[in-house]
Ligand binder design. Structure first.
Ligand code: BES
Ligand code: MN
Ligand code: ZN
Length: 497
């Protein structure tokens, strides 16, 4: 889809369809009121008849509205004006794009971007309109033998800004929205691919592709390299798999040579069977999404590359399958990590922390300004926070605050959970330095506590995205989260100096 920005009033816009909003209790938005004035009260008469009451997400398509340049007008319900926030803005735009597609419109001018009621600036409104539009038309059909259903008809979308003064702000929003949307789209594609295609080697190839395209530096460590480094935990997870594990390092160098990078560490389990602690069969297919942390690191680096982000970012991706087998790690086995600490693997299904701990130790060599790991780490996090917020843990309160703020800003929110030492007791082992599981209580916290033991040499935060990285059920598919949060976090940091 192509986007452009214009400040043409709705009645003069010569697009296929002008999209304007109606608030609940039949209140016309400013753009709708302008159209209505040109049309001599035509919209008002329709609204007053009760054909469009302004319920959030409701749509009504009108043809040949008098004195209006475009062929059609799409009215979109916005709900109550006093309650119009991020969520409602997203839903209204999604409803508009869906309807435009269904009606076969090839171009439209969207005047919902003018809605200041959402209490976000124009840059935000434009960026999010772009993100939502691309989200709605996103399809994953590369695995179908023939493309399914109609491709999106909508080709060109004009984002309207109230007046010329807004054009600069809006074009910044367009650039940001496109970068984030393209990053999310890569993250979704990788997540949605089945594990027989999206293997550790495939992810490594994707990282190489990104490096070529955006002139980043890429390094892929093989099993032998990891053996030399003493990554016994990561390698213990790979033991049952026929696919070779990889440790991928992708470096975006947009800042000064002396600037310490932010490191993003993403869990890349391309399929999680649980290993010898085998998972039950129902919904096990969804464990192909267990590499969404890794995919979000690549998506965020893509966004950084697209925006030519002026700072240093290093992505570190430990990736392997977690399979049972004759050579697989067994409950009770003890491994030695790159940090030198030993771990008793009481449950082979708690494998994410095992690959992440060695990747975190590896991150030390970059002398990072901060390290953030992103992982579909615990089912317990889904129980705690559902599918709305990602779980956030941090050894540094300032870093936690930065991430929470970035999540709010990007409408990709996280919620701060505790990382107190009191929980560390649950990881006690009679045979090794500590165990890889801490029992059922506070499962997300003890998982984070495990990672904290490998993150003492830098400022560190952990995002548990088990509930937010993908959707189940009829709309099963990767969401592209938390690319918006991470990109906003990097942008905020880049602008700080
Ligand atoms: N990848 C899973 C976490 C997961 C499960 C995410 C379900 C989303 C939905 C992770 O590797 C795992 O299996 N965690 C275990 C940990 C337990 C053994 C301590 C879990 O959550 O059950
Ligand atoms: Mn697991
Ligand atoms: Zn897992």
């Amino acid at each position: 889809m192509e986007f452009s920005i214009k400040s043409t009033p709705p009645a003069q816009a010569k697009s296929g369809c002008a999209v304007v909003g109606i608030f609940e209790s039949r209140k016309l938005s400013a753009a709708a009121a302008a159209l209505d004035r040109a049309a001599k009260g035509y919209l008002k008469s329709i609204v007053e008849r009760g054909d469009m009451e302004g319920k959030l997400g409701a749509t009504l398509l009108l043809h040949s509205v008098p004195n209006v340049a475009c062929e059609r007008v799409l009215l979109v319900g916005l709900g109550a004006e006093a309650e119009f926030r991020d969520k409602q803005y997203h839903e209204a735009i999604a409803a508009a794009i869906r309807t435009l597609n269904a009606t076969g419109a090839t171009e439209a001018s969207l005047h919902l971007t003018e809605l200041a009621s959402v209490k976000r600036d124009l840059k935000w409104r434009v960026a999010h309109a772009v993100q939502v539009a691309l989200e709605v038309v996103y399809r994953f059909d590369t695995m179908k033998s023939k493309p399914e259903g109609a491709q999106s008809a909508l080709r060109r979308l004009t984002l309207s800004v109230g007046d010329k003064a807004g054009l600069r702000l809006a074009s910044g929003g367009l650039e940001l929205g496109l970068a984030v949307a393209h990053g999310m789209s890569l993250t979704k594609d990788l997540g949605n691919l089945p594990s027989n295609v999206c293997t550790p080697s495939y992810i490594a190839e994707q990282a190489r592709e990104l490096a070529r395209h955006y002139r980043m530096k890429v390094t892929v460590l093989e099993r032998e390299d990891m053996e030399k480094l003493g990554m016994g935990a990561l390698l213990s997870v790979a033991r049952g798999s026929a696919q070779p594990p990889k440790l991928i390092v992708l470096e975006h160098r947009g800042g000064a040579r002396s600037q310490k990078p932010v490191a993003l560490v993403g869990k890349g389990i391309t399929f999680d069977t649980g290993g010898i602690s085998l998972k039950p069969a129902p919904e096990m297919d969804e464990m192909k999404f267990d590499m969404c942390g890794a995919a979000s690191v690549l998506g965020t680096l893509k966004a950084a590359g697209e925006m030519r982000l002026a700072m240093n970012v290093v992505g570190i991706i430990p990736t392997t399958e977690n399979m049972p087998g004759g050579r697989a790690t067994k409950p009770g086995d003890i491994v030695s990590t790159m940090s030198g600490q030993t771990v008793e693997i009481l449950n082979t299904d708690a494998e994410g922390r095992l690959i992440l701990c060695d990747a975190l130790t590896y991150a030390e060599r970059f002398e990072p300004a901060a390290v953030i790991d992103i992982a579909t780490l615990t089912g317990a996090c889904v129980i705690a926070l559902g599918h709305v917020a990602s779980g956030l843990f941090a050894s540094d309160d300032a870093l936690a605050k930065e991430l929470l703020a970035a999540g709010e800003m990007a409408y990709d929110r996280a919620w701060h959970l505790p990382l107190w030492d009191d929980y560390q007791e649950q990881l006690k082992s009679n045979f090794a330095d500590f165990a890889n599981v801490g029992g059922r209580p506070a499962g997300s916290v003890t998982a984070a506590c495990f990672l904290a033991r490998f993150s003492k040499k830098f400022r560190w935060a952990h995002l548990d995205i088990a509930g937010t990285a993908w959707k189940s059920g009829k709309e099963k598919g990767a969401t592209g989260r938390p690319v918006p949060l991470l990109t906003q976090f990097l942008l905020n940091r880049a602008g700080r100096k």
